[in-house]
Design a binder for this molecule. Structure first.
Ligand SMILES: [Zn+2]
Length: 495
């Protein structure tokens, strides 16, 4: 690590060298790096620069291997090789709203790795080179779009990128799908759902679909079933809905392999030669054993450009890390099993206790996604009478399934919420398709707004806790606090 300002310092202060690392357990000598270490401050206006590998020419030229290469291939070839390895030529960034987006630099070497990881992602998903793919991720400097792009070129599969809703709009996406008749759609679950729902309403046929690959945000179980149903209505009853998991800091993503619809998802198949995944106790940081739930920590093995070691994602994996061969594809790869939720979610929402009950927004999402009477939903947090000192109100905006009755849907949602979360919304408000599209910001925003915080901000003297660190661009969730900075809240539940 002589070329990383941040880790040079850490290695030096702890007396570590490359030889200190002989097994995975030796990694524990290194401290974790977390989002907070990457955030700029007035003293450190370019914090992320400390994590970029910037080689020292003197060190490189003195290396025996460099001298050998120069004798064998000439100086120009050696120089070119170092450029490929170390010169940043590409960038993606996190999607933080309140914090500055954190840039992550790639060299050609990293882009090659992104391609290798992408090719494997395609293989794990069971792609074939004669498939046609539509990449519906937003066209932006974010991992999801570019991982898909490089995966397609590495695998050698026909791909069209629509740029998501922002570039072509709903109609443009539908027209392309109609024309191309793709085998695979890949995009954010909420956007895919929106597009397929429209396609069904327009009476479209799309009989080639074999895979719907989800990324960029969390895929709830409920949405998988709903997507499968929509694909069946379009004439594709045999569709695999597969989730992927990745984050900016990993510079790669992992996927599930196809599994029967009624089975438990196969888990995210990792690439152990490209990076080490650990699962740690989110409170103590102790590394957990196989199958134990905990926080995902990542260390890349092949990265250049921006490099962070033992990166704490803030993502909690329910089934932990497992090493047994995959029961579906038989691959002997470590897998991350079960649902992923974000550690910082409740903190970000600042809604920890309601009437003495911890409200789990992940669970709330699952409850609402699983409700068959609901096509789409948004949860709005407000203050009664828009008064910052008033009690919080939970308003549930809903587009209900055709042929359902308002009162019945309200009753069902109230009882589901009460049963599972011991709270219920103050009001349920019904909307049509267009109103809901507008509310959720589909095609307008990068991520669908499933939870919005419309509580008026308090003045500086009233707000006590510091805003939660902005969550990074993981594929985990769309839950976000737009109004961070308000103090801890008690939601009064009227029953
Ligand atoms: Zn598998």
């Amino acid at each position: 690590m002589p070329f990383s300002a941040h880790y040079r310092e850490i290695f030096h202060s702890r007396g570590l060298t490359a030889d200190s690392f002989r097994s995975i357990r030796d990694l524990e000598q290194l401290p974790f790096t977390s989002k907070i270490d990457l955030v700029n401050s007035p003293e450190h206006p370019q914090r992320t620069k400390d994590f970029v590998l910037i080689p020292d020419q003197d060190v490189l030229t003195r290396r025996p291997s460099t001298i050998c290469q120069a004798i064998l291939h000439g100086r120009a070839a050696v120089k070119r090789r170092f450029e490929v390895e170390y010169r940043p030529i590409f960038m993606t960034s996190t999607t933080g709203r309140s914090a500055d987006p954190v840039p992550f630099l790639y060299t050609q070497h990293d882009l090659d790795t992104l391609g290798v990881a992408g090719g494997r992602l395609m293989e794990v998903c069971g792609a074939r080179t004669d498939f046609r793919l539509v990449n519906m991720f937003p066209y932006a400097p974010h991992l999801a779009f570019w991982q898909t792009h490089y995966a397609s070129t590495a695998f050698g599969i026909f791909t069209v990128g629509t740029g998501g809703g922002k570039v072509l709009g709903t109609d443009g996406n539908l027209r392309l799908i109609q024309k191309i008749q793709p085998d695979v759609l890949i995009g954010m679950p909420t956007f895919l759902y929106h597009i397929l729902q429209y396609a069904v309403e327009q009476g479209m046929r799309c009989t080639n679909l074999k895979r719907l690959v989800l990324g960029g945000e969390k895929a709830a179980d409920g949405i998988r079933r709903k997507l499968r149903n929509l694909a069946a209505k379009l004439g594709s009853p045999e569709v695999d809905v597969l989730a992927t998991y990745g984050f900016t800091e990993a510079k790669m993503a992992w996927a599930e392999c196809p599994f029967p619809a009624e089975a438990t998802p196969s888990g995210y198949h990792l690439y152990p030669d490209l990076g080490i995944v650990e699962v740690v106790d989110p409170k103590t940081g102790v590394v957990l054993s196989e199958g134990e739930p905990g926080e995902i920590v990542f260390t890349p093995l092949e990265a250049r450009g921006s490099v962070i070691l033992r990166y704490r994602t803030g993502d909690l994996i329910e089934g932990g890390l497992v090493y047994e061969p995959c029961p579906h594809c038989g691959r002997v790869l470590p897998r991350l099993l079960g649902k992923i939720s974000r550690n910082s979610e409740f903190k970000a929402m600042q809604l920890d206790k309601i009437k003495g009950t911890l409200v789990d927004f992940n669970q709330l999402e699952t409850v609402l996604d699983d409700a068959t009477c609901v096509i789409s939903w948004q949860l709005e947090l407000r203050k009664a009478n828009n008064d910052p000192l008033e009690l919080d109100e939970l308003i549930l905006h809903v587009r209900k399934a055709p042929g359902t009755n308002d009162d019945k849907v309200t009753r069902e949602l109230n009882s589901r919420c009460l049963e599972r979360l011991e709270i219920r919304p103050n009001r349920v408000v019904f909307h049509d398709a267009d109103e809901m599209t507008e509310l959720l910001g589909i095609g307008r925003l990068l991520k669908e707004q499933k939870v919005v915080d419309n509580r008026p901000k308090r003045t500086a003297t009233e707000s006590s806790p510091a805003p939660a660190p902005e969550a990074s661009d993981t594929s985990v969730t769309s839950v976000d606090a737009s109004g961070s900075g308000s103090s801890k809240t008690d939601v009064e539940v009227k029953s």
